[in-house]
Design a binder for this molecule. Structure first.
Ligand SMILES: Nc1ncnc2c1ncn2[C@@H]1O[C@H](COP(=O)(O)OP(=O)(O)OP(=O)(O)O)[C@@H](O)[C@H]1O
Ligand SMILES: [Mg+2]
Length: 330
């Protein structure tokens, strides 16, 4: 789905004005890249029409395996010199091949730690050809790109906690983003998503994809894993891919911090994205990973204008609310 959330600052509060979504065209994105620009323009125009939004300023979240994220240390230096130095070293930092032109890469950075001896910096970049179609898309519908960021990087705006892990369960990909001591610890995009669960249910229950989606929306995962009369292999292996990928990532953090259990370093894992609404997914993950799992309600981080009814599938708006909060904090 394409999600649009509009917030307005009122004193200290971020007030929710708009929350709307529209289906992503079937071939709109491929692995986080724009692949059907015309289809996306149409969908976005529709979303803008139905949402009744007011602002044109957009904070856009990107989820893509090819985004480059590096932590580097540099000798202490003033901000201006740092920018020039990074420009000079960006090829090495990102390990760009000699025939890739540095001007084809866009990047930004943030200083994580500044001591007398060194600067610890996070550098995030991507090839321009990833970002240009997004700019064209926004411009074509009259929106103004204000900030581009990795979608998950804005999720900590929703929860004030030192150590936290977000798992965004999307339709085509799953993103794991963790912070330790309020700082970037890991960002990983797994090539597993809700469409694969749908496919698994379709085989297990011998029904078509739209009936499989309905079964997914109305039943819990235990039921879906046990009951179908058809082949359960695909559904089981898809769920195993989720569990394996999330476990591996969290266990890497545990090992780095020399802890004996994941729960020692990560008190809470927050599920975001549409498939966070799949009933019982949280319980299976809690059991397998041995950590507390919470389903994200991004609207608890904002104020509401009137007694407006919030959507039942609130978790689907997690990234959008996080990004809008980030926009207000700029
Ligand atoms: N109530 C629900 N129960 C289970 N799954 C749901 C529910 N509502 C939506 N979904 C699933 O959520 C997914 C859409 O969520 P979302 O909008 O977060 O994905 P996306 O951002 O479009 O995908 P991606 O992040 O992979 O690009 C679909 O797979 C859909 O089947
Ligand atoms: Mg998504």
């Amino acid at each position: 789905m394409i999600k649009l959330v509009e917030l307005q600052k009122k004193g200290k509060d971020a007030v929710l004005y708009t929350a709307a979504q529209t289906p992503t065209p079937p071939h709109g994105f491929s692995k986080g890249r724009v692949s059907d620009l015309e289809g996306l323009k149409k969908a976005l125009r529709h979303l803008l029409d139905v949402s009744g939004h007011k602002t044109e300023n957009v904070v856009l979240g990107i989820t893509n395996q090819d985004v480059l994220i590096r932590k580097v240390t540099m000798p202490p230096m003033p901000e201006k010199e740092l920018a020039a130095s990074l420009d000079f070293e960006i090829e090495d930092i990102f390990n760009l091949t000699t025939n890739s032109n540095t001007s084809s890469v866009v990047y930004s950075y943030d200083v994580l730690n500044r001591t007398e001896k060194e600067l610890e910096i996070i550098v995030v970049g991507c090839y321009r050809d990833l970002i240009d179609p997004y700019i064209e898309l926004l411009n074509s519908v009259g929106l103004v790109p204000h900030v581009f960021d990795i979608a998950a990087f804005s999720l900590p705006h929703l929860y004030k906690q030192d150590n936290i892990c977000f798992v965004d369960l999307g339709a085509h990909q799953t993103t794991i983003y963790a912070e330790i001591n309020n700082q970037y610890a890991v960002h990983r995009v797994l090539p597993v998503g809700g469409v694969m669960i749908d496919e698994g249910i379709s085989q297990a229950f011998e029904v078509d994809i739209s009936a499989a989606k309905q079964l997914k929306n109305q039943n819990d995962l235990d039921y879906l894993l046990l009951k179908g009369a058809g082949s359960k292999n695909l559904l089981r292996s898809v769920i195993q891919q989720y569990i394996g990928g999330i476990f591996q990532t969290l266990d890497y953090l545990r090992a780095q911090l020399r802890a004996s259990a994941i729960s020692e370093v990560m008190p809470k894992v927050v599920l975001c994205g549409g498939n966070a609404n799949l009933m019982g997914f949280d319980q299976i993950l809690a059991q397998e990973l041995g950590v507390a799992i919470e389903i994200c309600n991004p609207f608890s981080a904002v104020s509401l204008t009137e007694a407006r009814k919030l959507p039942d599938d609130a978790a689907i708006y997690s990234n959008a609310v996080g990004l809008a909060l980030r926009g207000l904090a700029e």
